[in-house]
Design a protein around this ligand. Structure first.
Ligand SMILES: [Zn+2]
Length: 421
């Protein structure tokens, strides 16, 4: 039997050389050796077609639409079964077919990008032309450091947008400083920030972001620095440059992005009751459905519909402090009285249940059973870097802080491979 692949390759080589005169390897090769210089695994470009799975179409139907016969498709599906279930292919998944000839009826191999960092190659067996083999490859992810710097004009989001930064990194930035800055009410025009973040790259393509390695937030009167330590591993946390932890007993706000519409007050004209009465908490205006986070670890001591308070959750954090979250639209799934919740965990969603004029969160803070104003209070910090780790930490900190862009500079890309350790 004629080896169709060899025929296809040699036919394609001329075309490849003709249409890619700039390929330096081929250009440098002396005449006559050109053929042996070329990687025989490479399939000529005119035998390759690129596709994308459409919504609502199965793997089988998609390949049938390309006029591949059913028997072949079933063999392909069967060969992949143990490695990856092809029926789970999602819409938008890209795949490349290498055909055995340029009439594109008989496939030789199919490569699918089954995840951002892995691909599945299904190809005809070398021994038996009728059998197929599937191999999954985890593509190597390279990390490069990227830096961003911004100045707030109207909002934090806009400052990121202006410098072309992925908005998801603004969320990461607010998480680094969640204990220092209340991003719902302390962001002002002129605030500036800068950060160094890991960028993940596969095959020269950016597939996403890793961790923020260092960041600073400067609001004119105060400047906060956060450094991730250790840079790699699940036990990393953010510390100030002197090794003190950025983590505190409570995060600054139960809502990521919203605004304080009414503060704590001993006497306030009630918008519905039309009388003067204390406002025993802080109101955050936010759209219905906005996630509400518990500001600290604790146990749910009350949960349910409570008259004018609407859907309420009360959390006891320790012997001294408790918090309550009112007017929720709904509670997060799986919670009940007695559940232990972690700091920052979503416990419910903003609504307007109970005595309420519109969607908002009423957030109450108790100290020894008495309502107090949580805004502007200082709470104890988590543990600093251990003494034994401090010399190594300080060495690493000075290195990573040097990667931050100069305050006067716009964005630029750092060279890769600068990782410490
Ligand atoms: Zn209120």
């Amino acid at each position: 039997m004629v080896n169709l692949r060899t025929v296809a390759l040699s036919a394609g080589l001329c075309l490849l050389a003709a249409c890619k005169p700039q390929a330096s390897d081929e250009a440098k090769a002396p005449p006559g050796t050109q053929k042996s210089e070329v990687n025989v695994q490479e399939v000529p470009t005119n035998y390759i077609s690129e596709h994308e799975f459409q919504k609502g179409s199965s793997f089988y139907n998609s390949l049938r639409a390309l006029n591949i016969d059913s028997a072949t498709i079933l063999k392909i599906v069967d060969s992949a079964k143990k490695v990856f279930p092809l029926q789970e292919i999602g819409a938008g998944t890209r795949y490349t077919i290498a055909w055995r000839s340029d009439d594109k009826t008989d496939p030789d191999s199919i490569e699918l990008r089954i995840a951002a960092d892995s691909s599945l190659l299904i190809e005809r067996d070398n021994d038996s032309e009728l059998e197929w083999t599937a191999t999954k490859t985890v593509l190597p992810v390279t990390i490069q450091k990227k830096t961003f710097i911004g100045v707030v004009d109207s909002s934090l989001w806009e400052s990121a947008d202006l410098v072309g930064m992925d908005p998801s990194l603004i969320t990461s930035l607010t998480e680094v400083f969640a204990w220092q800055v209340d991003f719902t009410r302390q962001v002002r025009r002129g605030d500036r920030w800068r950060l160094t973040v890991e960028q993940k790259i596969v095959n020269d393509q950016v597939i996403g972001w890793g961790n923020i390695l260092a960041a600073e937030y400067d609001n004119g009167s105060q400047s906060f620095t956060g450094v991730r330590y250790p840079q790699i591993g699940p036990n990393a946390s953010y510390y100030a440059a002197n090794g003190s932890s950025l983590k505190q007993l409570f995060i600054k706000s139960p809502i990521k992005f919203g605004r304080v519409t009414s503060g704590f007050s001993k006497g306030r004209f009630h918008p519905i009751l039309k009388i003067l009465r204390p406002h025993n908490g802080v109101d955050y205006g936010a759209p219905v459905g906005t996630p509400i986070m518990t500001i600290g670890r604790g146990t749910i001591v009350d949960m349910g519909a409570r008259g004018g308070s609407g859907n309420l959750i009360k959390i006891q954090h320790n012997g001294t402090y408790a918090t309550a979250y009112l007017h929720m639209k709904a509670f997060a799934a799986g919670l009940r009285k007695g559940s232990v919740v972690e700091q920052g965990q979503v416990i419910g969603y903003v609504g307007t249940t109970g005595l309420s004029t519109g969607p908002h969160l009423h957030f109450a803070f108790y100290e020894n059973g008495t309502y107090v104003d949580p805004l502007g209070r200082k709470f104890p910090s988590a543990d600093p870097i251990a003494k034994a780790d401090l010399p190594n930490f300080l060495k690493e900190v000075s290195g990573v802080l040097r990667t931050l862009p100069d305050w006067n500079v716009a964005q630029h890309v750092m060279p890769s491979g600068e990782r410490q350790n």
